[in-house]
Design a protein around this ligand. Structure first.
Ligand code: PEP
Ligand code: MG
Length: 585
């Protein structure tokens, strides 16, 4: 048995068989395959080689037709390597005698060959080393593709174990088969984690070495509440966890009842609980969990799950479907938040050196106007079908906001000229998720109808801690006095200028923070739908003066540990059975 500590991302506990999802090409972990599957693994390798040869021949023929015979020769070298039995046969043997996975055997053989070429020192051999590494990637991507196909075909329920997940891959997991997930990499609020959490299954990320410790088919337990993965548990541990799983199933029935109850404090103040969604279909789950509308629709996922750029009609259909499912409740559409860990890097000719500080979100849209306008037109068209609010991500300067508003007005005029119906009074707001915007909230407040505080990014930019990097995850916390100070500044500016202010970062879904957020003055929170009943339980157990007292007390602290301990202790007082409340920290 091995116990691996990670970062809890989505609460709940599951036990089941591990499915190793080979995802990344850079770091291929060592895995054994059972004796009975060795021949299958060799066959898988042969298939990947055959597919790579077929692709290379096609690339060679295309290059010859377009560029002539000389450039096509590059592919001949690659083809020659793949047909060279002195390279290929030892890989087969390694799989058979070492009982290692095909990706591991490939990476081991190709990378050592590249090293040998590189060690020869000359430019010609250095180039050959690069060619070998290209080939390594080509073969591995075939094997990774097979791994994804295998997951699609799997019949029983499994727990996915992977070195890292991309947001796209997380979005494609089918919860009828995938009952839990754990990864080596990732942070609490990396976008892949957010999407995995939205699936409502237990998820632990940042386990650093789980993909190396687990073999395909191993029994594992993923405890998404405390952030632990137990590999090959002993009988006693398994029984203990099975009792926990049964207890949680009983609690789930209570939570379903809560979905139907009103979200009001003991002294009668309504706290509006909205949902964060990535796809229209999540609205059904949001309503089932008692959500009152959508506070954040992360529309960039339309891009992340489509091989081609979505058309205006595809945007429009997604928004119209959402409005219809909401049946009169408000849909807050955030315009494309592409960039950083979403979409643009893999497709860029040259990846950015510092993508979270680079061309992302509204900056990316302002440099890609046709794409941005396509989305704005679709949003306007959908606004004729029900209440929509539009919100811009990662605004960091007033000029940027003004430019964005001008573009929106241009698109409105175009629509008017074309006789397209839309809501001319559609409220327009912004995410406040960059310290510069938080500090200047009073100036921004004169320009927008609402603020939505994005603590996921606000924490990373205030504390200079990458939200997706497990190595600095201990420094990433919403309990930071600096972050709380900025949140307070935004709420104060919102109040002063009568700008509705809500919060949609992941802390909105952590019961540990609920009293603090209410005490700071927030009356609307937007969160992952599955957490709505948990947060509502806190709302119904507290009153405003108690929350305000807590916010004042916490405001005087200068350490995040002090803040966190106090939040936990206060929640424990009002809801002893929550045991201090679920929190990712
Ligand atoms: C945030 O930054 O808090 C937020 C809600 O946006 P995202 O997680 O999509 O960056
Ligand atoms: Mg953000």
């Amino acid at each position: 048995m091995e116990v691996i500590k990670g970062i809890p991302v989505s609460p709940g506990v599951v036990s089941g068989r591990a499915f190793i999802l080979e995802e990344v090409l850079e770091r291929v972990p060592y895995h054994n395959v059972p004796e009975s599957e060795v021949e299958g693994e060799v066959h898988r390798f042969d298939e990947a080689v055959a597919l790579a040869i077929r692709d290379l021949q096609a690339d060679r023929d295309r290059a010859a037709a377009k560029l002539g015979p000389e450039p096509a020769k590059i592919f001949e070298f690659h083809l020659g390597l793949l047909r060279d039995q002195t390279l290929i046969e030892p890989i087969r043997e390694r799989i058979q005698t070492g009982r290692v996975t095909a990706p591991y055997a490939v990476a081991e053989a190709f990378r050592s060959l590249a090293e040998r070429f590189r060690a020869m020192g000359s430019e010609v051999f250095r180039q050959k080393a690069n060619d070998v590494l290209d080939l390594d990637r080509r073969l591995l991507s075939k094997l990774v593709g097979q791994s994804r196909d295998r997951l699609l075909r799997v019949r029983e329920q499994v727990i996915v174990v992977s070195h890292e997940l991309t947001p796209e891959r997380a979005a494609s997991l089918d919860v009828r088969k995938v009952i839990g997930c754990c990864t080596d990499a990732g942070g609490r609020t990396s976008h892949a984690s957010i999407v995995a959490a939205a699936l409502g299954i237990p998820v632990v990320v940042g386990c650093q070495r789980v993909s190396q410790s687990v073999n395909d088919g191993d029994q594992i337990i993923v405890d998404g509440t405390s952030g632990v993965v137990i590999v090959r548990p002993d009988v006693e541990t398994l029984e203990q966890y099975q009792r926990d799983i049964a207890r949680m199933a009983d609690m789930a029935a209570d939570l379903r009842d809560l979905a139907l109850q009103e979200s009001v404090t003991r002294d009668g103040v309504h706290i509006e609980l909205l949902g964060n969604i990535e796809f229209a279909h999540e609205i059904r789950s949001l309503l089932a969990h008692g959500g009152e509308g959508v506070g954040l629709y992360r529309t960039e996922f339309l891009y992340l799950t489509s091989p081609t750029e979505p058309t205006e009609e595809e945007h429009f259909q997604a928004y119209k479907q959402s409005v219809e499912l909401l049946n009169g409740r408000t849909l807050t559409i955030r315009t494309l938040d592409l960039g950083a860990d979403k979409y643009t890097q893999e497709r860029a000719e040259e990846p950015e050196r510092n993508p979270f500080l680079g061309l992302r979100s509204i900056r990316y849209c302002l440099q890609n106007l046709p794409m941005f306008k396509t989305q704005l037109r679709a949003i306007l068209r959908a606004s004729a079908y029900g209440p929509i609010k539009i919100m811009f991500p990662l605004v960091s300067t007033l000029m940027e906001l003004r430019q964005t508003k001008m573009i929106l007005h241009d698109v409105m005029e175009e629509c008017e000229d074309e006789g397209i119906n839309f809501d001319p009074n559609m409220p327009m707001g912004m995410m406040v998720e960059v310290p510069s915007a938080a500090l200047m909230a009073s100036a921004f407040a004169r320009e927008v109808a609402f603020f939505s505080i994005g603590t996921n990014d606000l924490i990373q930019y205030t504390l200079a801690v990458d939200r997706g990097n497990e190595r600095v995850a201990n420094l990433y916390t919403g309990a930071s006095p600096a972050v709380i100070h900025l949140v307070k500044t935004i709420i104060r500016a919102g109040k002063r200028f009568n700008v509705a202010t809500s919060l949609c970062g992941e802390i909105a879904g952590e019961p540990t923070y609920t009293m603090l957020l209410i005490g700071l003055g927030l009356r609307t929170l937007s969160l992952v739908p599955s957490q709505i009943p948990h947060v509502k339980r806190v709302v119904r157990a507290v009153d405003i003066p108690t929350c305000e007292r807590l916010a004042r007390k916490v405001g005087s602290f200068d350490s995040e540990r002090q803040v966190m301990n106090t939040l936990r202790a206060e929640l424990q007082k009002v809801l002893p059975e929550q045991g201090g409340g679920w929190s990712a920290e």
